[in-house]
Write a protein that binds this ligand. Structure first.
Ligand code: DHB
Length: 467
């Protein structure tokens, strides 16, 4: 009944969708530079709730764009804030600013557009955010396939968009620039963690100047991070720590690793404990065989994911890597897990020996680890610029003097995800916690390489830190 009524309303609302034109000419955001005629009002059905919002589209966020099609952002603001109303306890002044990025595969990312997400059968992150009273600022972002899109373009653009928001805070009709939240999955999750980790770090300044970013702060309040393909120069080791011994990989079709790849797997697995121990994460270590408290921690994340699923009535029985006794999940075996999950990528997973991975392309078709450079099978092996490798890794900035890292983090990684090792998001979270930040990390049962699949939970958490 309620849905039918809503649908009828939706029809009326869609018919009424219109350009503001003159009626908004004196509105508070009118001084924002934007092509004329692209301010629109829209109503969409989010679940069983009608959400009406105003949009400003394609606003350039830098003054000297090198890829003008991408260096633009969209702003979406709930209609209620134009009538002095509040939503979910937020007002025009206090509404947090949700800034999702649409980057995947280190490719260029388009602006998020509020819509229903047919894959998950829910509103997408932008529409859901509006329904919870968040202002949405959605930047497009350069990626590796553009002439001017290689590393560190993506993080430079995301920062420039944050700076634009701060610079225009008095002209934005709603939104609190001290409550900016990043969100992304996979390469976009790496990007979200980079934005969160590197607030105001001086290394990005020349790149920001070059594109005419505003001279403002670029630190943010919180980061939502899903399955981040990050810590790139160290990610090959934990991948082999988990998948060593599983020699069939599944990239498109199933193939066998050759001898070079198997040798890389052995060497990288053996190198992981020294890397992990070198991070000096209090209470988390590995012995030379890769066993110890850090391994137990990762297994514990899978146990917790399974327990949560079990408590919610899901079936987690019948897996040889998971022990369930009397309604309690009591153990996970990482070795058996790897066989069950299957290997996606040949070793090395990120810095490919043939220099042909997404990540090699992101670094302008170069290697970014000593191991792969030394063992390269590429015709003309080259090493990426050390400074670029450094500023693409959020790990390098956490706890560093003069850097304003986001205070709040929510990091999620699917139990079925094998695009990167669970150790990568876990290490990121442990490093954040050790440096005093609020970092909530979890594995999620039944989930492959994906993000934004648990929006009600994500926004409950955001509400709890924003209010
Ligand atoms: C993405 C996935 C990968 O496996 C990878 O190596 C890089 C990026 C992605 O989905 O964004």
């Amino acid at each position: 009944m309620r849905l039918n009524f809503s649908l009828a309303l939706l029809l009326v609302a869609v018919l009424c969708s219109c350009s503001f034109g003159a009626d908004f000419a004196n509105g508070p955001a009118d001084s924002i530079t934007m092509p004329p005629g692209n301010r629109v009002s829209q109503t969409l059905l989010a679940g069983d709730k009608l959400v009406t919002f105003r949009s400003w589209l394609d606003i350039p966020y830098v003054s000297k764009p090198v890829e003008p099609e991408y260096q633009r952002l969209n702003i979406y603001i709930p209609e209620e804030y134009f009538n002095g109303q509040s939503i979910n306890g937020f007002t025009a002044k206090t509404a947090p600013i949700f800034m999702p990025n649409g980057v995947g595969g280190y490719m260029p990312g388009k602006q998020f557009i509020p819509a229903n997400d047919t894959r998950h059968g829910t509103p997408n992150a932008a529409l859901y955010a509006l329904s919870r009273g968040y202002v949405v600022v959605a930047p497009a972002i350069r990626g590796r396939t553009l002439a001017n899109g290689k590393a560190p373009a993506l993080i430079v653009d995301y920062k420039a968009a944050v700076r634009w928001v701060r610079h225009n805070k008095d002209r934005l009709p709603a939104g609190d620039p001290e409550k900016i939240i990043s969100d992304g999955l996979s390469a976009g999750g790496a990007l979200s963690s980079l934005l969160g980790a590197t607030g105001n770090a001086k290394e990005y300044e020349p790149y920001l100047k070059e594109i005419g970013a505003e001279d403002e702060r670029d630190d943010i309040f919180a980061s939502a991070v899903y399955c981040p393909i990050t810590n790139l120069e160290n990610a090959d080791m934990p991948y082999e720590w988990i998948f060593n011994g599983v020699n069939t990989y599944h990239m498109g079709s199933a193939r066998e690793m050759d001898d070079n790849m198997k040798a890389a797997s052995d060497a990288l697995k053996a190198a992981f404990p020294a890397y992990l121990n070198g991070l000096k994460l209090e209470g988390y270590t590995l012995d030379e065989n890769g066993n110890g408290s850090f391994r137990e921690y990762i297994e514990g994340l899978y146990v917790a994911a399974a327990q949560k699923a079990l408590d919610a009535g899901e079936n987690v029985l019948g897996l040889d890597w998971l022990t369930v006794e009397g309604g309690k999940v009591t153990g996970a075996d990482l070795g058996k897990y790897a066989v069950w999950a299957t290997r996606m990528k040949a070793a090395p997973a990120f810095d490919s020996l043939n220099m042909a991975s997404f990540e090699n392309n992101e670094f302008a078709d170069k290697h970014f680890t000593e191991y792969s450079f030394k063992h390269s099978t590429a015709e003309s092996p080259a090493m990426a610029d050390a400074e670029k490798i450094y500023i693409m890794n959020p790990m390098n900035f956490i706890g560093r003097e003069g850097v304003d890292t986001a205070r709040h983090w929510r990091i999620r990684h699917g139990v079925k995800d094998r695009d990167t090792s669970m150790a990568v998001p876990a290490i990121l979270a442990l490093k954040l916690k050790q440096a005093g930040y609020d970092a909530d990390v979890a594995a999620v049962w039944g989930v492959p390489h994906d993000g934004n699949y648990d929006l009600p939970e994500l926004f409950d958490w955001l509400d709890s830190i924003c209010k």
